[in-house]
Design a protein around this ligand. Structure first.
Ligand SMILES: [Zn+2]
Length: 292
C-alpha cells in the first residue's frame, strides 16, 4: 500500500524544489498546476523533511541521501561541510553509470559563488547555473537542459515562497502571491516536459514548511515547519496517494532505484518502489518463466 508504482523505463528525473511551500498553501491559494501534477502522479501532502528543517540541510540531504548529522550541513548556511561518515552524492552515483546531472538555482551573491560552485562540483554536477531572481527565470535558465538532456538528473530550486515567508510571514497574502509564482513556473515546465512520456519523471517537493513556532521562520520541529508536499509524476508513474510521513530522505533513494541503481548504505531513506525497477522487472520475468 501507498508504494510508488513505476511502469516503464525512466531515463531522466527532474527535481523541482519548491522552497518553503507548505502543503496547505496548495489548496488555500489554489495552486492549480501543483494540484494537477499531484492528481496525475503519486503524492502526499503529509511528507516529512529533515531536522533542522532548513534549506541547506534539506538540499544536502536530498542530494546525498544522508541525514544532516552525517552530511554535516546542519544550519541554513551553505558551506563546504565536514561529513561525519562517507556520503555518496546522487549526481556522483549517476555519473558512475554514465548519467549526467545539472542544477539550476537562482542568483547567488558573488561572494557566495565560489562556495556554491565548489559545492556543485563536489556533489558531482556536470553543469550548473546560479541565475534568475524568481522561479520563472530559473526555469528559463534550465530550458535548454529540459529540452536537450534526455537522461540523468535535472534539479531546479525555486525560492519565491520561502523569501516571501521570511519577509511577510507564512500564509500571508504576499506569501500566497509568491506561491502562485511557483505554480505558474510549474505550469510552464509542464508545457516543456511531456508528462505522458514514461522516460521523464518529475519530482516536486518542498524542503520545509514555515510559520510553525514563529510566523517568519521554519527551523523548529513544529509540524507546520516539518511537513512538506512530495509529488512524483510522469508517464511511468501510476497515480495514487503516498503514505503520510513519506520522508524527504526517501526521495534520493527512490530516484536511484527508479534509474536502476541500488542506493548505497549511506542513504538513510528507503526507496518507495522497493528494489530498482529493472531488478523488479527481472524478478517478475523469472516468476512468469517459472509459472510457464
Ligand atoms: Zn528559509
Amino acid at each position: 500500500m501507498h508504494r510508488l508504482v513505476i511502469s516503464g523505463d525512466v531515463e531522466r528525473v527532474i527535481v523541482v524544489v519548491l522552497d518553503g511551500l507548505r502543503p496547505d498553501a496548495i489548496t488555500q491559494f489554489g495552486l492549480s498546476n501543483v494540484l494537477r501534477l499531484a492528481r496525475n502522479g503519486a503524492a502526499t501532502l503529509q511528507g516529512t523533511t529533515v531536522a533542522p528543517s532548513v534549506t541547506a540541510a534539506a538540499m544536502a540531504s536530498l542530494l546525498t541521501g544522508a541525514d544532516p548529522a552525517r552530511h554535516g550541513l546542519q544550519s541554513d548556511r551553505f558551506h563546504l561541510p565536514r561529513a561525519t561518515g562517507p556520503t555518496h552524492p546522487l549526481p556522483r552515483e549517476l555519473a558512475r553509470v554514465g548519467l549526467p546531472s545539472s542544477g539550476f538555482i537562482g542568483h547567488v551573491p558573488w561572494m557566495m559563488r565560489p562556495v556554491a560552485g565548489r559545492l556543485a562540483r563536489t556533489l558531482g554536477f556536470g553543469h550548473w547555473r546560479f541565475r534568475g531572481s524568481n522561479a520563472i527565470e530559473v526555469l528559463a535558465t534550465a530550458k535548454s537542459a529540459l529540452r536537450e538532456q534526455a537522461r540523468g538528473l535535472i534539479v531546479m530550486h525555486w525560492r519565491d515562497a520561502d523569501r516571501a515567508g521570511h519577509e511577510s510571514g507564512w500564509m500571508s497574502p504576499r506569501y500566497g502571491e509568491a506561491a502562485a509564482v511557483l505554480d505558474t513556473a510549474l505550469g510552464l515546465m509542464m508545457r516543456l516536459v511531456d508528462l505522458s512520456d514514461p522516460r521523464s519523471m518529475v519530482v516536486a517537493l518542498a524542503d520545509h514548511g514555515g510559520g510553525g513556532r514563529a510566523l517568519r521562520r521554519h527551523d523548529s520541529d513544529h509540524p507546520e515547519d516539518r511537513t512538506i508536499p512530495i509529488v512524483f509524476a510522469g508517464g511511468a508513474v501510476r497515480s495514487g496517494t503516498l503514505a503520510a510521513g513519506t520522508h524527504l530522505l526517501d526521495v534520493p533513494a527512490t530516484i536511484l532505484a527508479v534509474l536502476g541503481i541500488v542506493p548505497p548504505a549511506s542513504y538513510a531513506g528507503r526507496s518507495l518502489i522497493g528494489a530498482p525497477a529493472a531488478v523488479q522487472t527481472r524478478a517478475l520475468e523469472e516468476v512468469s518463466d517459472a509459472a510457464a
